[in-house]
Design a protein around this ligand. Structure first.
Ligand code: C5P
Length: 224
């Protein structure tokens, strides 16, 4: 059995981008590296939690001591998250694609001389954070979302917390030059019902450790 302040607790973490297929060889993606989400999964496991990591395609190894489920599309990520419930805490760090391509042919789309380029018709993907936050049964006791904003990050994240129905939001500013996306460091604010806490610029590992520690403190004070 695991030791630590989160022993006996279970956690779900999403990480990485999603890949939304266009045809068998092409996809729509984003620049998420999965570094922050994977680090959170590891930090929660290090405090004793039983962790399920639902990860989109990344270059990262599966963390030791964590059950990792690999997915590609947002809809697969949604299903894997549902299958992982119930958990005590869920942290949604994945950069889920907002849209998927509606119809994906079984064969590669051919480029034809003189023909116009294909038009991609998009549909909105399920919002995993919002869906899990709003569950009537099996809602995790603590749901944590992320917000990557350019400018006015705190103000936007406070509004996002309400809109998504989650308990906490980890907000970061991804404006050009901050190097957050794909980088190793993160300057974040933690938004809770009590307001916004500015955390010092740290490595993604340290942000993960601070968040895992805050989660442990939350459950300790809850069980008093
Ligand atoms: O709305 P936005 O994408 O900025 O929200 C970011 C937060 O919502 C992140 O925690 C992300 O993991 C989550 N999210 C999600 N499913 C989506 C879109 C975002 O879980 N389809």
């Amino acid at each position: 059995p695991k030791q630590g302040p989160l022993a006996g607790r279970s956690a779900l973490v999403t990480s990485g981008p999603t890949h939304e297929p266009i045809d068998p060889v092409r996809y729509i993606a984003n620049r998420s590296s999965g570094k922050q989400g994977h680090a959170i999964a590891m930090a929660l496991a290090a405090l004793g939690a039983r962790v399920t990591l639902v990860s989109g395609p990344t270059r990262l190894p599966d963390p030791d001591g964590v059950e990792t489920i690999h997915v590609e599309r947002a809809e697969e990520m949604m299903q894997a998250c549902r299958d992982s419930l119930p958990v005590d805490v869920a942290v949604f760090a994945a950069a889920v694609a907002d849209w998927r391509v509606i119809s994906t042919p079984a064969a590669k789309i051919k480029k034809q001389d003189g023909a116009p380029p294909p038009a991609l018709e998009l549909a909105e993907n399920p919002d995993i954070l919002k869906t899990v936050s709003g569950l009537a049964t099996d809602r995790p006791a603590l749901v944590v979302g992320f917000a990557a904003e350019t400018g006015d990050a705190v103000e936007k994240a406070v509004a996002k917390r309400k809109r998504k129905g989650c308990d906490w939001i980890v907000a970061n500013d991804v404006s050009d030059g901050t190097g957050t996306f794909g980088g190793d460091e993160n300057a974040v604010h933690l938004i809770t019902d009590a307001g916004a806490d500015a955390w010092p610029r740290s490595t993604k590992q340290d942000v993960a450790r601070m968040l895992a520690q805050r989660i442990a403190t939350y459950f300790e004070s809850e069980s008093d």
